[in-house]
Design a protein around this ligand. Structure first.
Ligand SMILES: Nc1ncnc2c1ncn2[C@@H]1O[C@H](COP(=O)(O)OP(=O)(O)OP(=O)(O)O)[C@@H](O)[C@H]1O
Length: 230
């Protein structure tokens, strides 16, 4: 992943407001990166740009060979479905579907996993996150930690190369949070890239690298065990 001179301006009541300004960032495949910074520093804006939910005002964003800044909205949606898994703080599971059907729906929506393999794959993913016995239940019958596990399984449905989590442990107690972070980290073992937006320094310290945003800029970029990407 390569960001060059990325900025994102918002129109705030007729005035231009720069949520991100001149961001340069390289993330290698298989890295796990915590994105931290105080409220309003631009973390969610950055995540939205990296996942193609939003586009930069200026600058270039290349993720796994895709030039996101130059893609149409339709192309971005298709790219995101195929290559990105997203885990939200509020889980965003559909309450009227079973946990398994939530995972299945993600595959149906994108259509890259052959139809006859989808149910088996959904059950396999749920087994991997420790929810084999909960597949047929509605999300509301699960604890917060279990719902977040289901959200991780759903994020993995289409075998994404980029896994992104926005405050994934914000609603969870610390033991449950630890388990979710461990689960997310397991997913980078296979060469996926993991980005986690968090306010929690303890969580950030478990990831391979911490990018600190301040006022829309990268203020710090600490890489404990890995060399900087060129
Ligand atoms: N759609 C928008 N329109 C106008 N301003 C916006 C919009 N989205 C974000 N902003 C502003 O851009 C800045 C960065 O917002 P962003 O949500 O990226 O910060 P954040 O670091 O994720 O904050 P938090 O930790 O509170 O979620 C903030 O000042 C915010 O008010």
């Amino acid at each position: 992943m390569r960001l060059r001179d990325v900025s994102r301006d918002y129109d705030a009541g007729g005035r231009r407001f720069a949520a991100l300004r001149g961001v340069h960032l390289d993330v290698r495949r298989g890295e796990s990166v915590a994105v931290v910074g105080r409220s309003g520093s631009g973390k969610s804006t950055l995540l939205n740009l990296l996942t193609g939910i939003d586009r930069p005002t200026t600058g270039t964003i290349d993720v796994g060979g895709a030039a996101l800044h130059a893609m149409s909205e339709g192309a971005l949606t298709a790219w995101r479905g195929r290559h990105v898994g997203i885990v939200f703080q509020q889980f965003h599971l559909l309450p009227t579907l079973s946990v398994a059907d939530n995972v299945l729906l993600a595959m149906d929506f994108v259509g890259v996993i052959p139809a006859r393999e989808r149910r088996t794959r959904a059950l396999h993913l749920l087994d991997r996150v420790g929810l084999a016995d909960h597949a047929a239940k509605p999300p509301g019958a699960l604890s917060g930690g279990e719902q977040q596990r289901a959200a991780v399984a759903r994020a993995l449905a289409n075998d994404p190369s980029l896994l992104v989590a926005d405050e994934p442990t914000g609603n969870l107690d610390s033991r449950t949070s630890d388990a979710i972070v461990a689960l997310l980290l397991e997913q980078v073992a296979g060469g996926r890239t993991l980005l986690v937006v968090t306010h929690d320094a303890a969580i950030a310290s478990r990831l391979g690298r911490t990018v600190t945003l301040d006022d829309g800029r990268v203020a710090r970029d600490t890489v404990p065990n890995v060399l900087h990407a060129s």
